[in-house]
Design a protein around this ligand. Structure first.
Ligand SMILES: NC(=O)c1ccc[n+]([C@@H]2O[C@H](COP(=O)([O-])OP(=O)(O)OC[C@H]3O[C@@H](n4cnc5c(N)ncnc54)[C@H](OP(=O)(O)O)[C@@H]3O)[C@@H](O)[C@H]2O)c1
Length: 347
C-alpha cells in the first residue's frame, strides 16, 4: 500500500511508519519537522496541516491507498485535511480515542463498540465544548466521515503505551523506580494491586490499523486489549524489573490517598480509584477489533521496550512534567504520614 501519515515522527505516527515500512508499504509522512525525526525510508513532506497551501502542495500529483491521521484534535482542522485529501486517497484512518464516547468520559457505564459518540459538529473549532478532548475527537470523526463517507476507519484507542511515548505516564513510573535508592527507596503504590487494567502497546495499534486497511475494513473500533492484560501491581513490578530497581512499593489504600488530596491519574499516572474501575477505560473490551484480528503482545514487552528507549537518558527531575507524577519530597511526606498512622487508613 501507499500510505500517507499525517504526523509520523512521534509516538503513534512513528509506530505506524515503522510498522508500515516493516510490512513493505510505501510511506509518506507529513509534519512540520519541529517535534520529532522522520524514520529513514519514508518520503518526508514538510508542512503544517493548518495551512491550506501546505495541504495543496502535499496532495499535488500524489495519490495514496490510505491516509493515517495521527494528530487530529480539532474537527475544523481535520475536516480541512480530509477535504484536501478526498480526491487523493482511497481510505482515511483516523486515530480517535475511547474518550469520544460520553459514557466512558463521564464514567456512567462500560462502553462498547456500539456506544454512541459525543454529539459534536464536524466543523467545530478548538473552543467548542470548552475544548473537551473527547467531544472534539467525536467531531473529528464526523469531519472525516463528511469527506470520506463509507471509506473511514476510526480507531477509538484506550490508553496507549510503549516506546517513544510522549505522554510519559509509563516513563514517570519507570523513572520513579530508577531513582528508588536511599531515602527514596520506598515508593508510594496506590490502592489495590489486584485491580485489572487494559493498556495497549502502540505497535499493536499500528499493526492492527494497517492490517485493517490492507483488508479493506471500515467503521469504528474500540482498540483495547480484549482481556484485562495487567494489574496495577504488575505494572509497578514490571517497572521495577525493567529498571533493575531496588524499589520497595508501599501499598497505600485509596481512602488515605483521597484524604491527602493526591490526584488520581495525574499525581499517580494511570491510577484511578478502584470504585471507578468498572466504569472507566479498564472495563471496555474490544470485541470488534478482536474479531478483526487485533493481537496484543505481553505487557512485560511493552514496559521493557519503553525502558530501552529512555534508559540512557539523564535522570530527569521528578515529576517529569505537570500532571505526571508526585515530586519526591511530596511522596516522602505522604509516606511519613502513612507510617505515622501505622500503615492503615483511618477507620
Ligand atoms: N496516548 C494515548 O494514550 C492515546 C489514547 C487514545 C488516543 N490517542 C491519540 O493518539 C494520537 C497520537 O498521539 P501522539 O502523541 O502520537 O501524537 P501527537 O503529539 O498528537 O502528534 C505528533 C505528530 O504530529 C505532527 N504534527 C503536530 N502538529 C502538526 C501540524 N499542525 N501539521 C503537521 N503535523 C503536525 C508532529 O510533528 P511536528 O510537530 O514536527 O509537526 C508529530 O509527528 C492522537 O490523535 C491522540 O488523540 C492517544
Amino acid at each position: 500500500m501507499r500510505v500517507l501519515i499525517i504526523g509520523g515522527s512521534q509516538f503513534v505516527g512513528r509506530a505506524f511508519a515503522a510498522e508500515a515500512l516493516a510490512a513493505g508499504h510505501r510511506v509518506t509522512t507529513f509534519n512540520r519537522g519541529v517535534s520529532g525525526t522522520d524514520l529513514p525510508g519514508v518520503e518526508a513532506v514538510r508542512g503544517d496541516r493548518e495551512v491550506a497551501g501546505d495541504l495543496e502542495r502535499l496532495v499535488s500529483g500524489r495519490h495514496w491507498d490510505a491516509v493515517v491521521d495521527t494528530c487530529g484534535y480539532v474537527p475544523r482542522t481535520v475536516g480541512a485535511s480530509a477535504a484536501a485529501l478526498s480526491g487523493h486517497a482511497d481510505t482515511y484512518l483516523y486515530v480517535s480515542s475511547i474518550a469520544c464516547l460520553p459514557d466512558w468520559a463521564q464514567a456512567v457505564r462500560p462502553v462498547d463498540d456500539d456506544s454512541p459518540a459525543h454529539d459534536c459538529p464536524p466543523d467545530a473549532g478548538p473552543d467548542h465544548a470548552d475544548g473537551d478532548y473527547g467531544v472534539l475527537k467525536a467531531g473529528c470523526e464526523r469531519a472525516v466521515d463528511r469527506h470520506f463517507a463509507g471509506r473511514t476507519l476510526h480507531l477509538r484507542a484506550g490508553v496507549i503505551l510503549g516506546p517513544h511515548d510522549t505522554m510519559r505516564m509509563l516513563d514517570a513510573w519507570l523513572w520513579r523506580m530508577r531513582v528508588a535508592e536511599g531515602e527514596h527507596r520506598r515508593v508510594l503504590a496506590p490502592g489495590n494491586p489486584e485491580v485489572g487494567m487494559r493498556l495497549i502497546d502502540v505497535r499493536d495499534v499500528a499493526v492492527f490499523g494497517l492490517d485493517c486497511l490492507a483488508d479493506g475494513r471500515t467503521g469504528a473500533f474500540i482498540v483495547n486489549p480484549p482481556e484485562k492484560n495487567t494489574t496495577f501491581g504488575e505494572l509497578l513490578t514490571e517497572c521495577v524489573k525493567a529498571t533493575g530497581s531496588a524499589a520497595e512499593p508501599v501499598w497505600v489504600d485509596e481512602g488515605f490517598i483521597a484524604e491527602h488530596g493526591v490526584s488520581p491519574w495525574t499525581d499517580l499516572p494511570m491510577w484511578v480509584p478502584d470504585t471507578a474501575r468498572d466504569t472507566l477505560v479498564w472495563a471496555a473490551g474490544a470485541p470488534r477489533a478482536r474479531a478483526a484480528g487485533l493481537a496484543c503482545r505481553s505487557f512485560s514487552d511493552t514496559v521493557r521496550d519503553a525502558w530501552e528507549v529512555v534508559r540512557d537518558r539523564p535522570v530527569p527531575e521528578l515529576p517529569l512534567a505537570a500532571g505526571c507524577g508526585l515530586s519526591l519530597s511530596r511522596e516522602k511526606e505522604l509516606l511519613a504520614a502513612w507510617d505515622a498512622r501505622g500503615g492503615a487508613a483511618a477507620g
